[in-house]
Ligand binder design. Structure first.
Ligand SMILES: Nc1nc2c(ncn2[C@@H]2O[C@H](COP(=O)(O)OP(=O)(O)OP(=O)(O)O)[C@@H](O)[C@H]2O)c(=O)[nH]1
Length: 411
C-alpha cells in the first residue's frame, strides 16, 4: 500500500536542468550531460509507474477488506483515488520538467511526506485496519533506507514518529488486526503475503541497484587506472611520462638529502633523428623510438628509470649511483643501443644517441640538475655526437664525483 514513488537515479543523480536536445553548439560534454539528464527523467517516470502498481496492490488489499466487510468500500476507493492523483501530480512534475527546478529533482522528501500524510490519514479514517497501514509504512520506510541521506532519514523518522504519536493518541484504542472471522483471516493472510511480495520486489530492486553500483564502481576503477597509466606512461615508447619522471627525481632528491646516497641523471638525445624521420618516414621514426627505449631499458637495473623528456629526448634516473660508476654504465648503455641492430628496420639505418650526465649536488633543484645534464648533452652534440659527456660537480663529494674523461660510445 506504499504510496511512495521511489526516485529514479540513485546511481546517477542529476541535479541540473537538462539542456534542450540538439541545442546549437552542443559540446560532447554538454551532449552527454543532456543524455544523462533525459535518462534520469525517464528513470524517475519509470519508478513512479512502479510505485503506481505498488499502491494498486495496496488498494486491492483494502478492497478485499471491504469485500470481507471490515471497512466500507469508500476506503479502498479513496485510497486508490488519492494515490492515483498523487502519482499523476508527481508524473506531471517530471514530464513538465518542473522537478528540475527543485533542489532535489527526485522529490524524495515530498514523496515521503505525501506517503506519510496519506497513510496516517487512512489510519485515522480506518483504524480497524491499523496493521495494514502500519505495515505499508514499513514498505515506504524501506524506500527511504536507500534513497535518503542520513539527515533526510532522521527527519523522516522524526516526522513519522510525531505523526504516529498524534494518530495513536487519537485512534490508538481502535487500531486492530482484523481477524474475527474466517473471511477476515483469509484476507489477512492475502494482505500479509502482498506485503511480503512488495518487500521482495523492493529487495530485488535494491539488489539490482547495488549490483549496478558495483559495476559502475569497477568501471570507474578501471578508468582511473587507465587515466593513471596514461598520465604516468608515454604511450608510444612505454617510458615514463615527463610528469612521472619529475616526481621520481623529486623523490630521489629527498631520499638522497636524507641518506646522503648519491644519484645521477642522464639526458639522452637521438642523433639526427629528424633525418631518420625524413629519410625513412615517421612510422619508422616511431619504431626507432620504441626500440631505442627497449635497448636502453635492457641495460638498466630494475631500480633505474627511463622517462621521455620530450620528442626524441629521454632522461634516465640512476638511483644510488656514484658519479664514478656512471661512465661504465653509460658505456654499456651506448653499446646496447649500437648492438640493437637497426638494419632490419630500414636498410642503411644507423641509430646513435648522445648523452649528458649530471650527478646530484645536495640541495639543488630538479631543474638545476637537469640543466647541468643538458649542458653536458649540448657539449656531447657539439663534440660530434654519439658520445656521452659528464658534468663535473664541484659542489659534491670528491671521491664520488671526480671529473671523468668524456666517454665516447664509438670508441
Ligand atoms: N617519428 C617521431 N618523430 C618525432 C617524435 N617526436 C619528435 N620527433 C621528431 O624528432 C625530430 C627532432 O629533430 P631535431 O630537434 O632537429 O633533432 P635531431 O634531428 O635529432 O638533431 P640532433 O639532436 O642535433 O642530433 C623532429 O623532426 C621531430 O619531428 C615522435 O614521437 N615520433
Amino acid at each position: 500500500m506504499s504510496v511512495l514513488r521511489p526516485p529514479s537515479d540513485a546511481l546517477a543523480p542529476h541535479a541540473g536542468p537538462a539542456p534542450q536536445a540538439g541545442a546549437a553548439g552542443d559540446t560532447p560534454e554538454a551532449s552527454s550531460r543532456r543524455k544523462r539528464g533525459a535518462q534520469d527523467q525517464r528513470n524517475r517516470l519509470k519508478m513512479i509507474g512502479v510505485s503506481t502498481v505498488n499502491y494498486f496492490a495496496g488498494s486491492f488489499g483494502l478492497a478485499l477488506y471491504a469485500w470481507a466487510g471490515s471497512v466500507g468500500w469508500h476506503i479502498p476507493a479513496w485510497f486508490f483515488a488519492v494515490n492515483t492523483l498523487g502519482g499523476l501530480v508527481f508524473a506531471l512534475l517530471v514530464v513538465s520538467g518542473l522537478n528540475l527546478r527543485l533542489r532535489d529533482p527526485n522529490m524524495f522528501m515530498w514523496q515521503m511526506l505525501f506517503a506519510g500524510v496519506v497513510l496516517f490519514g487512512f489510519l485515522t479514517a480506518a483504524p480497524q485496519l491499523g496493521f495494514a497501514f502500519l505495515s505499508a509504512m514499513l514498505v515506504t520506510g524501506l524506500f527511504g533506507l536507500v534513497q535518503f541521506t542520513v539527515v533526510q532519514f532522521r527527519v523522516a523518522l522524526a516526522v513519522a514518529a510525531a505523526g504516529a504519536a498524534i494518530v495513536f493518541y487519537w485512534v490508538g484504542d481502535q487500531l486492530r488486526l482484523p481477524a474475527s472471522n474466517p473471511t477476515e483471516v483469509a484476507v489477512l493472510w492475502v494482505y500479509f503475503v502482498l506485503v511480503l511480495a512488495r518487500f521482495t520486489v523492493l529487495a530485488s530492486h535494491l539488489n539490482t541497484l547495488r549490483r549496478k553500483l558495483r559495476e559502475k564502481n569497477e568501471l570507474l576503477q578501471q578508468s582511473l587506472q587507465r587515466i593513471q597509466e596514461l598520465a604516468d606512461r608515454d604511450e608510444l615508447t612505454g617510458a615514463l611520462s615527463r610528469r612521472r619522471l619529475m616526481q621520481l627525481i623529486e623523490a630521489e632528491i629527498s631520499r638522497s638529502d636524507r641518506s646522503g646516497e648519491p644519484f645521477c641523471v642522464v639526458l639522452l638525445d637521438l642523433d639526427h633523428f629528424k633525418q631518420i624521420n625524413d629519410t625513412h618516414g615517421h612510422l619508422t621514426g616511431d619504431e626507432v623510438l620504441r626500440r631505442f627505449c627497449a635497448a636502453v631499458k635492457g641495460t638498466l637495473r630494475l631500480t633505474d628509470q627511463l622517462g621521455r623528456y620530450g620528442g626524441e629526448e629521454f632522461v634516465v634516473l640512476l638511483p644510488a649511483l656514484p658519479a664514478a660508476h656512471a661512465p661504465g654504465l653509460m658505456a654499456r648503455l651506448m653499446q646496447g643501443i649500437a648492438e640493437r641492430g637497426w638494419n632490419d628496420l630500414a636498410p642503411g639505418l644507423d641509430v646513435t644517441a648522445s648523452g649528458g650526465i649530471a650527478a646530484y649536488r645536495r640541495g639543488e633543484s630538479v631543474q638545476s640538475l637537469l640543466n647541468r645534464a643538458d649542458e653536458a648533452l649540448y657539449r656531447a652534440k657539439r663534440l660530434g655526437r654519439n658520445r656521452v659527456e659528464y658534468t663535473f660537480d664541484a659542489g659534491a663529494d670528491t671521491a664520488a664525483h671526480a671529473p671523468l674523461a668524456p666517454l665516447s660510445a664509438a670508441g
